[in-house]
Design a protein around this ligand. Sequence first.
Ligand SMILES: Cc1ncc(COP(=O)(O)O)c(C=O)c1O
Length: 428
Amino acid sequence: MTYDIAAIRSEFPILNREVYGRPLVYLDNAATTQKPLCVLDAMRDEYLNANANVHRGVHYLSQRATELHEQARETVRAFINARSSSEIIFTRGTTESINLMASSFVEAFMKEGDEVIVTEMEHHSNIVPWQMQQERRGIKIKVLRIDDSGQIILDGIDDFFPPKTRLLSICHVSNVLGTVNPIAELVRKAHERGVPVLVDGAQSIPHMKIDVQAMDCEFFAFSGHKMYGPTGVGVLYGKEEWLDKLPPYQGGGEMIATVTFEKTTFERPPLKFEAGTPDYVATTGLARAIDYLNTLGMDNVMAHEQELTRYALEELGKIEGMMIYGQTHPLSPSFEGGEDLPHDAVISFNVFTSLPSGGIKGGLIHHMDMGTLLDRLGIAVRTGHHCAQPLMDRLGILGTVRASFALYNTKEEVDALVAGIRRVSQMF
Ligand SMILES: Cc1ncc(COP(=O)(O)O)c(C=O)c1O
């Protein structure tokens, strides 16, 4: 199929709007993506024509809503190539998926002094839930460090896993650096020691084909809203044999088999982990977003975004005083991969003002100033620590400007970003 960018953009009417009298250039996709009409239409249609609570009703509407909800589970299963749809737990997002793990996994498999390994580039949502368990249950957190080029230091990793390691919990792609971590290798290393792996896939699933069986991770978490679906829905994938052994996360309706005041028995997964009324309209929306991605083809999406990222790196690199963080991008000096190296469409940077003498870097233009002034030009980027303060500490900065691309972005938008940065830089 040809990648018809005009047709694609027409599916996302918000992209046609103006802000401050200028055309919107939306480059904050790592925070959340815009939604295509097919997703919005499907959700509206469900509220208009099939709205009823799922699972418990004998009546037509409830059965129709249940059908849509369970079809959505099957759509997610096929998208990530899980073995069974009972391995797909619907949550509110990546954050809730990881919190579920921190609560249930620690309860089932960890005791005081046991360790979970994370990396220095994690989002707070893969740090704080473990810290809460550290406080409550005395588990320990061990941190895999990164090198100056933003890659996990694999040297000496064989000695890294302490004997009490119970879980490796690691992001697939950094939401700041765009680093694509060598998950297959890390999973293999972990498995050699009998350690299961939880992958935070929030920043990989919108950009590349995910096959959880090929990856062989035990758990994989992601959010619907970062992949063109609605907010409020996400997924925790877990291998069936592991989910069977985990205790429920929350209690209530939907997740029980029988209840008396003396004792409750639970449903099997996935319902065991889905207490209360699920956001069944959002799951339909997520399924339509996946259908949409499938229609475009993940390979085509990836090729488009990869080209855009290469172009952006090339053009941004020409700006005087530009500092781009993370070195796994194809154009970086350490890039050794081929054309098809998976990348993530995230670029974090800061700009230094140049001194009249040239050569030496002047002061740093504060990321907030850069972001605020770009916004006035209609360009939406994210600024700050990106929920990764330990990574900012490692980089020795308070924050960055982050431009992140989606399947609907264009080279013209990259040009607008570059022109905008040049214009702002001249003000300092
Ligand atoms: C790598 C990563 N993990 C987790 C999250 C949390 O996702 P959510 O806020 O959708 O739960 C994000 C969001 O930016 C992320 O980038």
